[in-house]
Design a protein around this ligand. Structure first.
Ligand SMILES: CC(C)(COP(=O)(O)OP(=O)(O)OC[C@H]1O[C@@H](n2cnc3c(N)ncnc32)[C@H](O)[C@@H]1OP(=O)(O)O)[C@@H](O)C(=O)NCCC(=O)NCCS
Length: 314
């Protein structure tokens, strides 16, 4: 039973940039309030692109960066909560677009924690011998589910995709994906919702904020402990990009002044399951984290759900 590691990353964002001033044309808000309370300056909003289009574009880049080809991939997992079609699932659509032959293909929905859940699941599949090379993708088109008249949500959510190629590690290689710490708080399911026939995102903003800034740091520390990594060794912390103040609140409690704290939210907004792979892919692309350095991923959101693990930077 070998472990697994992330071989490469890739990401895709729609070209349309929507600034806070643009949002202020739609609802009563302003640039200063959004920057101060959420930390977003601008976000990307999709046009005609579907969740599957964005997922495939990100996966195509991750594959190009991996040195593998489509024929090497035997498993495709897409974390998403915004696919409109029920079937075929997004994973099958990605496989069809990229010419991946007969992979295991499934979508996974745990909202904003989805990428970390998917990465944990794929690590387990590789350890069990059910896969050798997998694509793990987070892709969301939240703009389809946003009420553009609700200022408590439309300032936050955005679109995009990020992808990782995950491969079986050789027996003598250090573990590239640490044990996942995952869980949920189902009794607080009402705190973030996309419900019903006109499914608009709704949330109890302060409930989510309080939960995220109080409950999650100890769980993130557990992920470090289970990976045998001292938080002082972390090169980077890539949490779900929900709100800049939440990110700062968790990071402060982790006490990791040496680590780069991902703040892709500033330019990308909250892209739910896409936010962690998007942010990690950009850190890798800009070579801000050395290859092999430990990086803590931690996702949280609707359900309420959470998941995180320490990975070695590709
Ligand atoms: C949504 C969130 C930004 C709201 O910030 P907040 O500090 O809790 O704001 P409140 O709802 O208490 O509102 C504070 C004031 O700002 C106003 N306000 C709310 N939204 C506003 C906006 N977009 N622009 C300007 N003013 C706004 C409120 O009306 C209120 O005014 P009042 O004091 O005169 O009544 C914040 O709660 C949050 O980010 N929560 C986490 C949500 C999240 O991460 N969701 C995704 C989970 S994956």
């Amino acid at each position: 039973m070998t472990g697994s590691r992330i071989l490469s990353m890739g990401h895709y964002q729609p070209s349309r940039v929507v600034t806070n001033d643009d949002i202020a044309q739609l609802v009563e808000t302003n640039d200063e309030w959004i920057r101060d309370r959420v930390g977003i300056v601008s976000r990307r909003i999709a046009g005609d692109e579907t969740v599957a289009d964005m997922a495939a574009a990100a996966a195509d880049k991750a594959l190009a960066n991996s040195g593998l080809t489509a024929t090497d991939i035997d498993l495709v997992v897409v974390a998403t909560c915004t696919s409109i079609d029920r079937s075929p699932n997004v994973a099958c659509r990605v496989a069809a677009k990229l010419g991946i032959n007969a992979p295991g293909a499934f979508d996974l929905n745990t909202a904003c924690s989805g990428f970390a859940y998917a990465l944990g699941t794929v690590d387990h599949a590789i350890r069990a011998g059910a896969s050798r090379n997998a694509l793990v993708i987070g892709a969301e088109k939240l703009s389809d589910f946003t009420d553009w008249t609700d200022r408590s949500t439309c300032i936050i959510f955005a679109d995009g995709a990020g992808a990782a190629v995950v491969t079986a590690a050789a027996e003598d290689e250090p573990v590239g994906i640490g044990p996942v710490v995952w869980g949920s708080v189902p009794e607080r399911g009402d705190a973030v919702r996309i419900e019903g026939w006109r499914p608009y995102v709704a949330q109890e903003g302060q409930t989510v904020f309080r939960w995220a800034t109080t409950a999650l740091a100890p769980l993130a520390l557990q992920a470090c402990e289970r990976a045998g990594v001292d938080p002082a060794e972390l090169a980077a912390f890539v949490p779900h990009q929900a709100n800049s103040r939440i990110i700062d609140g968790i990071a402060k409690r982790l006490n990791i002044p040496q680590a780069i704290i991902a703040k892709d939210i500033v330019e990308s907004g909250n892209t739910s399951a896409a936010s962690i792979p998007l942010a990690l892919s950009k850190l890798v692309e800009r070579r801000e984290v050395p290859s092999g350095a430990p990086v803590l991923l931690f996702g949280f959101g609707g359900g309420l759900t959470y998941a995180g693990q320490v990975v070695r930077c590709p």
